[in-house]
Design a protein. Sequence first.
Length: 177
Amino acid sequence: MRKLKNIELNRLNIEDFKKAEKNPVILVLDNIRSLSNIGSIFRTADAFRLQGIHLCGITASPPHREIQKTALGATESVDWKYFKSTTDAVLKLKNDGFQILVLEQTDNSISLKNFVMTTPNKMAVILGNEVKGVSDEVLKIADYCIEIPQFGTKHSFNVAVSCGIVLWDLLLKMNRI
């Protein structure tokens, strides 16, 4: 067994990535404060070839040196938009036919393993602030609320880790992987 060289991975260049068909998922970052988390989420969005990212509220926007440390250039490949209000971003996505899926621990959240999509077409996944989570205003307009099962002592996963777990599961359920 040997590690593959980068040239052997057959990855798209940025120009080909921009032209390629995207998975119909948009990530909405609701006031994410950590620049490292933002960069990691960009990198994950690139890896899964997502339609884009909506950066909302206090979430920093590229170009930013600290975002680039973890994004490793993914801010150049992944389409993104900034919205002052997360609610405005979510309402626009809802009007554009996206199902709104919030990742949050609530009294009505569905375990990720039990979540079944009714129409696996366009999905917006809302990821919340590292301390406060997804805002109550956004929770009220969501179509679904899911949570990742956990079995240890901590109350949550890191938001960037959660993003990867949820996207892998959703894209499998959408038959996109």
